[in-house]
Design a protein around this ligand. Structure first.
Ligand code: 9MJ
Length: 669
């Protein structure tokens, strides 16, 4: 007798499996990967084997598949559609071959080996050469009549080719969706705001079970055949039957091979697994079949699976595990990447403990939260990724994840620029994750131009903790440097000399050397010329900054964020203390062009030009054209129906010109 706990477990498993079956077969919307379903089913099978008194007629172990959905007529298969015994390990395959050799009393067995397509099994009946019925597998004895949908699949011939066709032929095969077709379909569904499919197999199943064949017709479905229900009038070897079916007009995978013995089977499995990621369709294993039909008959069946065939599965590419935490990694450029820490899980042939989550947008889109049960996918050599969360299993008090506001490596503020997916640490100069790169840039020829301070040397200085921030460079002395690898007294004193020389950079060089995001040499020179000193630049508002030639709102935000980070101000102070004094710049807010340094705002409709033409004409004369009015605005140019910008100009006392004024301005300068 089974104990209470076992009874309860059996009940739970049955309920869950029935739910999953319903979701899979009726709703076409599974919530767990196949491997997880298989595990639950095999757990139930094991328990029922141990306790036969617990078996009930409605147990999911007592049938294959589920009731057909309303809308399709049920058809009985004249020859049942078989299922295949599964193998995962090489030993299972050797055992399969050993049993056949023993029963047939042969030394070497010849097999047909085929890829195992991951789609929807289908039976196609041809009478007098014409397609009369397409039926799904259903429970193997009867399935759904989906003829009108099947007829829309162009890979399936409506009439057999050739003059000499059998009076009745039933062909079996797999309808599937290509990966590229699946990606395109999902993209279209996303754009239309519709629900997407989880994988190509579900997309194929969902497409085939559309009640409107027009919808099926628009889906990128494909078909490969892998056998016939009867062999009347057909060759006596399975591989020859496939050739004959090809002649009748059916697509057959070009990966079908004839191989010998267990070694031949295992070699085929290895080669096909290696090819798996290069294919444009999903395969979840390979299928071995005794090639000789007489030998097939001799081997016979156990329950509903033939003893002459075996499905040798590949490792699952999707598994479920718990998302223990979302951690943030800081890259060399300061980009923050969220990384999923996972409860270790065996997927795609390896144990996975981390997976990428890409960025915050991605996490939000997928609504992935720490503590969730998540589906992890690892295909081939691709980095494992979190595909989705099992939202329905989430505790009620769970909260969405947010990006930390401080860099986990250095504590500096994190910036998330509008419209950019990536969040970044603003402490490039002090952040240990970015130190190497920041120092390399600082010392480089176009920045501080410190001769002799190359990557190798910086690496040593950072590794030995001799240099944490740029100011530390200027405190290095000859004995310390001479003690490093590949350094001698002479090269050490040369470097100290070079550092000394670098103590008087131009403001532009120093600014560029600080490595502010998106501030290249030209922008640094413009900023230097416009503000004249670091102090003034540090105090500039976003608006002040956008008045500088070449500086748009994004660069302005980076500069502003940089000077608002106390760590960075500390670095600048330390540089000054270490004797770095930049040469002051002649402030030059008017440049070479007549309107350089002037800021205009355009509002309302213009008559003789569009607003963007007017903007281009002003910019060509060195002006900045911005979209909002402030007291820094030189002049507002107002066309007809100007709206609130004109009001704002008037309230701030900013001069206003009409279009004829603009004509004069453009003509007069
Ligand atoms: C698939 N799924 O590719 C069979 N299959 O043969 C191949 N399925 C099969 N053969 C007998 N290649 C029953 C199922």
């Amino acid at each position: 007798m089974a104990d209470q706990a076992t009874r309860q477990r059996v009940d739970v498993l049955r309920r869950e499996l029935n739910d999953h079956n319903y979701r899979y077969y009726v709703l076409d919307d599974p919530t767990i990967p196949d491997a997880e379903y298989d595990r639950l089913l095999s757990e139930l099978e094991t328990l029922e084997e141990k306790h036969p008194d617990l078996v009930t007629s409605d147990s999911p172990t007592q049938r294959v598949g589920a009731a057909p959905a309303a809308g399709f007529e049920t058809v009985a298969h004249q020859v049942p559609m078989l299922s295949l015994a599964n193998a995962f390990a090489d030993d299972d395959v050797r055992e399969f071959d050993r049993r056949i050799r023993e029963q047939l009393d042969r030394e070497v067995i010849e097999y047909a080996a085929e890829p195992k397509l991951d789609g929807v099994a289908i039976a196609l009946r041809y009478e007098r050469g014409e397609l009369v019925l397409g039926a799904t597998r259903g429970d193997g004895r009867s399935g759904e009549n989906v003829t009108s949908n099947v007829r829309t699949i162009r890979a399936i011939p409506l009439r057999l080719r050739g003059a000499d066709v059998p009076s009745v032929l039933e062909v079996r095969g797999e309808i599937f969706m290509t990966r590229s077709g699946f990606a395109a379909l999902n993209q279209g569904l996303t754009e239309a705001g519709d629900k997407t499919f989880v994988n190509p197999r579900n997309a194929a199943a969902g497409s085939l079970r559309q009640l409107d064949p027009d919808v099926t017709a628009r889906r990128p479905l494909h078909f490969y055949c892998y056998g016939a229900a009867t062999s009347d009038g057909l060759p006596q070897r399975h591989s020859d039957i496939l050739d004959a079916l090809r002649e009748f007009g059916f697509p057959v995978s070009n990966q079908v091979e004839r191989v010998q013995g267990a070694d031949g089977l295992l070699d085929y499995h290895r080669r096909t697994l290696a090819d798996r990621d290069g294919l444009d369709y999903d395969i979840d294993g390979v299928v071995y079949k005794l090639d000789d039909l007489d030998q097939q008959r001799e081997m016979g069946f156990v329950s509903r699976a033939p003893r002459w065939a075996l499905a040798h599965k590949f490792p699952a590419q999707e598994e479920i595990t718990r998302l223990l935490d979302i951690e943030v990694q800081v890259g060399r450029t300061g980009a923050l990447t969220p990384v999923a820490r996972l409860k270790p899980v065996f997927v795609g042939g390896v144990t996975v403990t981390n997976a990428t989550l890409h960025n915050l947008d991605e996490i939000r889109r997928k609504d992935v939260r720490p503590g969730d049960q998540v589906v992890v996918r690892r295909a081939g050599d691709v980095i494992p990724e979190v595909v989705r969360s099992m939202v329905e299993q989430r505790p009620a008090d769970s909260r969405p994840w947010t990006m930390p506001e401080q860099c986990p490596a250095c504590g500096s503020a994190v910036e998330q620029v509008e419209g950019e997916a990536v969040a970044r640490c603003t402490g490039g100069l002090v952040c240990p994750a970015q130190r190497m790169r920041a120092l390399e840039h600082f010392a480089s020829r176009t920045a501080m131009d410190i001769d002799g301070l190359g990557t190798r040397l910086i690496e040593q200085l950072v590794e030995r903790d001799l240099v944490k921030s740029p100011a530390d460079l200027f405190r290095l002395d000859v004995p310390t440097l001479a003690g490093l690898e590949r350094m001698a007294e002479k090269s050490a004193s040369n470097l100290v000399e070079a550092l000394d020389k670098a103590r008087q950079p131009s403001l532009a060089r120093l600014l560029f050397a600080l490595g502010i995001r998106e501030v290249g040499g030209v922008t640094a020179a413009n900023l230097a010329r416009y503000f004249g000193s670091l102090e003034r630049l540090a105090e500039a508002s976003i608006e002040d900054l956008t008045a500088v030639p070449d500086v748009g709102p994004v660069v302005a935000e980076h500069v502003h964020n940089f000077f608002n980070e106390p760590h960075n101000l500390e670095v600048i102070r330390a540089l000054s203390e270490a004797g770095v004094k930049y040469r002051p710049e002649q402030v030059q807010q008017g440049g070479e062009l007549p309107l350089t340094g002037k800021t205009y705002v355009l509002t309302g409709a213009l008559e003789s030009r569009t607003r963007s033409e007017a903007k281009a004409a002003l910019e060509a004369l060195g002006a900045k054209v911005t979209s909002s009015v402030s007291k820094k605005t030189t002049t507002v140019i107002a066309g007809s129906d100007p709206g609130s910008k004109l009001e704002k100009a008037e309230s701030l006392g900013v001069p206003v010109l009409d279009e004829s004024g603009l004509d004069e301005l453009l003509g007069s300068v």
